[in-house]
Design a protein. Structure first.
Length: 134
C-alpha cells in the first residue's frame, strides 16, 4: 500500500510539473514574443525626396503590444503610430502638424529599414522614400 502511494505521488508530480511551461520572457506580455523590440531605438534617417537627414526615435506603444510610436517621423517634430506585422510597419492615415501621413516600412536588418509614405499638406501630395539606419 505504501509503495502504491509513493508511485502515485511520483506520477502526479510528473504530470503536474511536466505540464508547466516557463513564460516567454522576450517581452510583449502574456508569454507572447516581443515583435516590436527590433524596431526600438534611435534611427538616422535619409529622406531621399526631401533631401533631409534627421533622427527618428521609436518607442513601444504602451497600450498595444503590436504598435510602435515614431517620434519625429518625416522630420515633422511630432509622433505617429505604426502597426507591426512581421517585418513590416503599417502607417495608417494620420494627421500630425497639419500634414497627413500614411505608408509602410520594411525591416531589413537590425541596422536598416526602408519606408515609403505619402506626405500631404492638404494641397500637395508627395511620395517619399526614407532609409532608416542605426
Amino acid at each position: 500500500m505504501k509503495k502504491t502511494i509513493i508511485i502515485y505521488a511520483l506520477l502526479m508530480s510528473v504530470f503536474i510539473f511536466g505540464s508547466c511551461n516557463p513564460d516567454d520572457t522576450s517581452g510583449g506580455g502574456g508569454g507572447t514574443p516581443d515583435i516590436v523590440a527590433k524596431y526600438l531605438g534611435t534611427w538616422h534617417v535619409t529622406d531621399n525626396k526631401a533631401k533631409l537627414n534627421y533622427d527618428v526615435t521609436i518607442e513601444r506603444d504602451v497600450l498595444y503590444d503590436t504598435k510602435i510610436v515614431m517620434n519625429n517621423f518625416a522630420g515633422l517634430g511630432s509622433h505617429i503610430k505604426g502597426d507591426v506585422v512581421g517585418n513590416t510597419v503599417v502607417i495608417d492615415k494620420q494627421t500630425v502638424n497639419d500634414y497627413t501621413v500614411e505608408g509602410t516600412g520594411s525591416y531589413s536588418s537590425n541596422t536598416l529599414m526602408k519606408f515609403s509614405y505619402l506626405l500631404s499638406d492638404g494641397i500637395d501630395d508627395e511620395m517619399r522614400d526614407a532609409t532608416f539606419a542605426k
